[in-house]
Design a protein around this ligand. Structure first.
Ligand SMILES: [Zn+2]
Length: 185
């Protein structure tokens, strides 16, 4: 995991002067959002007119949701990012840890939870860290391995067994008496 170099762009928390590139990117993002919105409106209208198509679309969404669920990542595989949006609000976003920055991860434009505007571009970002610590490697440390008994411990155990043997023999003399062990059949 450590081989990924996480990028920063600007300092999200510092005051930020929007550049011409930022304005241009934002305009493009808004145009794309508008196109997507129109497409969705058209699809919705078609679905209202055609229940079979509506059902097919519902199925497709369900399948996609199930697929997303199967790709669900562990917390230690998720990188947290502080990002500054075009509107000026600072929010936190998440991306798979293999991406070097949130834009590369596909978070090209976002909806701002502060002002509610949609299709906002990211103008600055910095990594905050993984959602969780990676689990410890699966090899068990040597201290966890069962300890080899010492000679003294073995001797004590043998003595305890012998004592137990004597006790059992005295309780059940008919079955455990010495002569029954030596009998040859
Ligand atoms: Zn905002």
């Amino acid at each position: 995991m450590s081989e990924i170099e996480y990028r920063s762009s600007g300092v999200p928390l510092e005051s930020y002067e929007l550049t011409r590139k930022d304005h241009r990117s934002q305009k493009q993002s808004e145009e794309i959002s508008e196109q997507v919105r129109q497409q969705v409106d058209e699809d919705n209208a078609k679905c209202r007119a055609d229940p079979a198509m509506a059902e097919r679309r519902r199925q497709a969404f369900e399948n996609a949701a199930r697929l997303m669920q199967s790709f669900k990542k562990q917390d230690h595989e998720i990188m947290r990012w502080r990002v500054r949006l075009y509107c000026g609000h600072i929010i936190e976003t998440k991306a798979h840890y293999t991406y070097s920055d949130p834009v590369a991860a596909g978070a090209y434009s976002k909806r701002c939870p502060e002002c509610g505007r949609d299709g906002l571009t990211i103008v600055a970002f910095e990594p905050l860290g993984l959602c969780a610590e990676p689990p410890a490697p699966a090899v068990s440390p040597p201290s966890v391995l069962p300890k080899k008994p010492t000679r003294g411990e073995l001797e004590r155990r043998v003595k305890a067994l012998e004592e137990e043997n004597v006790r059992l023999r005295s309780q059940a003399p008919d079955e455990a008496a010495p002569h029954s062990r030596s009998k040859k059949s």
